[in-house]
Design a binder for this molecule. Structure first.
Ligand SMILES: [Zn+2]
Length: 452
């Protein structure tokens, strides 16, 4: 049932303005999901043409970049020309600074918002967005709930990193509602960065939420703990994963031990939803083509065929505050064949994204050091980091810096990290020139050498 807000009008409901915008998008998504890929691409290119015209005149970075390509705003945009635009890397964003901020964001796109992410590469970037991007985010979230037929009247739990002091054990935090537009059951939250697995299990057993959203690694660790201790959660309906790569192995352990399906999503703070697990074919993820254009390219920049692994480029179709055009997010993926469900939204069959590890304590407990939730990017010279737990008492933070630390920056960073760990450690900050990827091609922003 939608949320009523006009006096005396409860059925049928006339939704309020923001909710009506979200519903109007979901209504269109219900149709466009069945379009064939060519029709979807045509819609995307039309939208990208508008973005290029906008950023060509309102961001110095793209004025330059498009001039070098003989850009002609009057020409119809075709996909081959679009693919000549050089990918936008995370280091481009770090060095461009305000040269990527539009000087003339359309007033009717609402407020300008900021969000930060270190993605899968430990390279923090800050995105500027508008209220329009928030509206798309809400609509895609709602689509995800509807695709998976979630019972909106049930309780929904979220276990993830929050800023220090939010949603702490043992109570966590409680809110009335967990999605937009509809009247829902309660939403409850717990801060994974400061709760051991034992505390999480205690909280889940007390709250008995049918749905839990968390990181794949966290569910995997919880599942192993449940199996070892014979804990069952018969109240569960499904587990929802986000923010890092879910491996087929993790999925099968979690589903077998917890007795429910895992519903994964591929999203990033900068661009919102990228791909969502198909409601009928769980091994496939449908690209959210109404929000982003996704490309997968090889090392020469050539588009990869289905089944070939390559670098993911994401173009955000509606961000007029800061361009994310052929944005190289730092993940690897493979396109798959068309999905038998009949949706025309392209399929990703494997996503090699962020990998996270747990911090091991001498007591035998494990914690998530949610480094990505820290505001390390606010410390001037930081370009990339990787944290290593060397022993129960020692942490090494490897840093790529654009210049040496100045006035108090090192002390600030040290303080921020130690307070996030919530435990006492000897912390070494080590400046390096390069941080290699794992042999699998994945990047790990935290590695524990103490892991058994
Ligand atoms: Zn499908």
């Amino acid at each position: 049932m939608f949320k009523p807000h006009l006096s005396g009008l409860e059925w049928p409901v006339i939704p309020k303005r923001g909710d009506a915008d979200v519903l109007a998008l979901v209504y269109q998504f219900d149709q466009s999901q069945w379009w064939d890929p060519d029709r979807l691409l045509e819609g995307q290119l039309g939208q990208i043409a508008l973005l290029l015209r906008h950023f060509h005149t309102t961001t110095p970075f793209y004025t330059e970049r498009l001039k070098a390509l003989d850009y002609d705003p009057a020409r119809t945009l075709d996909v081959d020309w679009f693919r000549q635009i050089p990918p936008l890397t995370r280091s481009d964003i770090q060095s461009a600074g305000t040269a990527l901020h539009s000087t003339n964001v359309p007033k009717d796109h609402g407020r300008i918002l900021k969000s930060s992410s270190s993605g899968s590469t430990g390279r923090p970037v800050t995105a500027k967005k508008t209220d329009i991007n928030q509206t798309f985010h809400k609509a895609l979230n709602l689509r995800n709930h509807l695709w998976h037929k979630r019972d909106l009247s049930a309780k929904f739990a979220t276990i993830r990193g929050y800023d220090r002091g939010v949603a702490m054990a043992p109570q966590g935090r409680h809110q009335k509602s967990w999605t937009t537009v509809y009247r829902t059951g309660p939403s409850i939250m717990l801060n994974s960065a400061h709760c051991t697995l034992g505390e999480q299990l205690h909280w889940i057993a007390k709250e008995r939420p049918p749905y839990i959203l968390s990181y794949p690694t966290n569910f995997h660790a919880l599942a192993l703990r449940c199996q070892a201790s014979g804990i069952e959660m018969p109240w569960l309906k499904s587990l929802v994963t986000f923010s890092e790569a879910l491996s087929p192995g993790q999925r099968s352990v979690i589903e077998r031990v917890m007795g429910v399906t895992v519903e994964d999503m591929y999203s990033a703070a900068e661009v919102s939803m990228i791909a969502l697990q198909c409601p009928e074919h769980p091994q496939y993820y449908h690209v959210q083509s109404e929000n982003v254009l996704v490309e997968v390219i090889d090392d020469d920049g050539t588009p990869c065929a289905a089944g070939e692994t390559g670098r993911v480029l994401v173009t955000d179709l509606h961000n007029f505050a800061m361009p994310f055009i052929r944005y190289e997010i730092g993940d690897l993926a493979q396109f798959g064949p068309p999905c038998a469900c009949g949706r025309g939204l392209p399929v990703l069959q494997r996503i090699f994204g962020r990998v996270r590890n747990m911090l091991y304590l001498e007591s035998g407990e494990q914690l998530f050091p949610d480094i990505a939730a820290l505001h390390l990017h606010e410390i001037g010279p930081l370009q990339q980091y990787q944290m290593i737990q060397k022993s129960y008492h020692e942490i090494e933070m490897r840093l790529i810096l654009s210049r040496p630390f100045r006035d108090g920056e090192e002390t600030r960073m040290r303080k921020m990290i130690l307070s996030a760990l919530g435990q006492s450690f000897d912390l070494a900050l080590v400046r390096v020139d390069e941080i290699p990827r794992h042999s699998s091609g994945k990047f790990e922003d935290f590695i524990s050498e103490v892991a058994p």
